[in-house]
Design a protein around this ligand. Structure first.
Ligand code: IP8
Length: 251
């Protein structure tokens, strides 16, 4: 692949109206983001979160980002909710002009060397958009949730992604005086981010992952999914309304 790929993480806040409104889904919004991807000319890999699908069900059955021994029913129901959401996302993507190709993150992340990256690159070259999602992992001694944010981080690293774009329901990361246009490691310590209701950690974890990505050379953008034009600019690396997370200066 000549162009370095961009990893897009669709956060639960843009997928669903509210995490408490179980199985709520913003189809039109997701289709408008798909249109922005399909007209951008950018090679994209998409990871989506759990929103009002995976999270409430995981919570009901006591699944979290820590390994535990939930009931078999809980594991199946949580995964079922995620596959159901993925089917809806694929429908919206097709309505927006994309050809989604859903893949399980596990074999791709476990592939040795450049094998996983090559497989993703070949999928993109075939005209498809690889799509994966936060999932329930069998860790041998129990089960835990692998957050879509962590998957986005691992895939960005594997692909040597140019940037990773986190799409949410607000313009970006908010500081005491409103939208932060850029965040560096030193600012993050002073930021008091609200604790999350998520099964997997919310904005604080997202920012921690973003700072790690930025230090490894992948630019990170936070943008509102309600602004497809700004999302499109963020995808292309143009100046956009949102937050950019910067790594340490390389000068
Ligand atoms: O919303 C969580 O993914 P996230 C996926 O990216 C499940 O943290 C299974 C709740």
């Amino acid at each position: 692949m000549d162009n370095r790929a961009v990893v897009v993480k669709l956060g639960g806040s843009i997928i669903s109206e509210s995490k408490t409104k179980k199985f709520s889904y913003r189809g039109e919004t997701i289709a408008s983001l798909a249109r922005a991807i399909s007209t951008s000319g950018v090679d994209v890999v998409v990871v989506h979160g759990g929103g009002a699908f995976g999270h409430p069900v995981a919570k009901e059955y006591g699944l979290s980002s820590r390994s535990s021994k939930p009931s078999p029913e809980g594991v199946s129901e949580t995964r079922r909710a995620m596959f159901d959401l993925n089917a809806r996302i694929c429908d919206s993507f097709m309505a927006g002009g994309l050809h989604p190709y859903t893949f399980s993150p596990f074999p791709v992340l476990a592939a040795a060397g450049r094998k996983g990256a090559k497989w993703l690159e070949q999928t993109i070259a075939a005209g498809l958009t690889p799509v994966t999602f936060g999932d329930v992992v069998n860790v041998g001694t129990g089960f835990k949730i692998l957050s879509g944010d962590t998957i986005a981080l691992l895939l960005s690293k594997m692909l040597g992604a140019e940037r990773c774009v986190f799409v949410m329901d607000v313009d970006g990361i908010m500081g005491p005086e409103g939208l932060l246009r850029s965040v560096e490691k030193k600012d993050a310590r002073e930021l008091k981010l609200s604790p999350s209701e998520d099964a997997t950690g919310g904005i604080a974890l997202k920012l921690r992952d973003a700072l790690r990505m930025a230090s490894a050379g992948t630019e990170v953008a936070f943008v509102s999914g309600f602004r497809p034009a700004e999302f499109s600019k963020a995808l292309k690396g143009l100046s956009f309304r949102g937050t950019t997370v910067k790594g340490p200066s390389r000068e």
